[in-house]
Design a protein around this ligand. Structure first.
Ligand code: SF4
Length: 67
């Protein structure tokens, strides 16, 4: 799991990221900032190693969104 997250980079711990799993078990990382700021692609090219929009997620927040 940790190795998989390092392949994702910053998005894996960013509060603006939403993890999306497709029916084919592929995983995509959607950047929610893309909805309001054109600097951010909807699906960032991974791994994201530097990002101006990065804000760490609080431990209680899940990349899967609210339950
Ligand atoms: S702001 Fe940057 S680090 Fe955060 S989800 Fe978007 S692309 Fe990833």
């Amino acid at each position: 799991m940790e190795r998989a997250l390092s392949a994702v980079g910053l998005c894996s711990t960013c509060r603006h990221a939403r993890r999306i799993e497709s029916a084919r078990e592929s995983t995509f990382w959607l950047c929610e900032l893309s909805a309001t700021d054109v600097r951010f692609p909807k699906y960032p090219r991974l791994p994201v190693l530097r990002c101006e929009g990065y804000e760490p997620r609080s431990p209680a927040q899940s990349p899967l969104g609210p339950p």
